[in-house]
Design a protein around this ligand. Structure first.
Ligand code: SF4
Ligand code: SF4
Length: 194
């Protein structure tokens, strides 16, 4: 009988403790504003941490096409289409695609870049209706969108799919300066002056 009463007491106290937590949480949810009232997403962006790793930022005008980022990528989701620069040194970049169906936002492609033209950005939403929309060609995105802090958006990606050529073409190298005329050697003391 005593055990039975103890079990009943334990059951009642356990249920009461559980119900207290439930009711307290329910009361709190009435007091605080819902998530959408805080941030009004997607009209107002959600604040993110400074070192957040979102969709990349990439500067086509600085990239030298060295392939180091693509080689460092553990899932091989960076595809660089480049050709020898016909008007000077280096390469011209015709395509710089990242497949976001494979990318895991590890940031390993950022560190090897010798010219700091690829970073993890702060955009975290890039919804699309098909897998093709997840493949972003940074060479056909407008430069300010590709390099912006948080301006990568589905509309810009969709529009970039209609662009056939890169949005920026490497200008030819400036002409080399003419060599300076050779200096006339000074006459030595034992040389007769003219
Ligand atoms: S973040 Fe990681 S997975 Fe994504 S492209 Fe860079 S190296 Fe590859
Ligand atoms: S490592 Fe940097 S410079 Fe080299 S291809 Fe990648 S983004 Fe371009």
């Amino acid at each position: 009988m005593r055990d039975w009463l103890q079990n009943v007491r334990l059951a009642i106290s356990t249920i009461a403790a559980g119900m207290y937590v439930t009711l307290w949480t329910m009361a709190q949810s009435f007091r605080r504003k819902p998530f959408t009232q805080h941030f009004e997403y997607p009209e107002k962006p959600i604040p993110i941490r400074p070192r957040y790793r979102g969709f990349h930022r990439y500067d086509l005008t600085t990239c030298i096409g060295c392939d180091k980022c693509a080689k460092a990528c553990p899932v091989d989701c960076i595809y660089i289409d480049k050709a020898k620069n016909p008007a000077g040194k280096g390469f011209v970049i015709n395509g710089f695609k990242i497949d976001y169906t494979k990318c895991m936002f590890c940031s390993l492609c950022v560190d090897p870049c010798p010219v700091d033209c690829i970073f993890m950005g702060s955009t975290h939403d890039l919804s699309c209706f098909g897998r093709d929309g997840c493949v972003v060609d940074y060479a056909t995105l407008p430069l300010d969108v590709a390099w912006g802090q948080a301006t990568l958006n589905p509309t810009a990606v969709f529009e970039s799919k209609k662009v056939a050529l890169p949005v920026w073409v490497k200008p030819p190298d400036p002409p080399k300066p003419a060599p300076a005329p050779a200096a006339t050697p000074a006459p030595t003391p034992d040389q007769p002056k003219a």
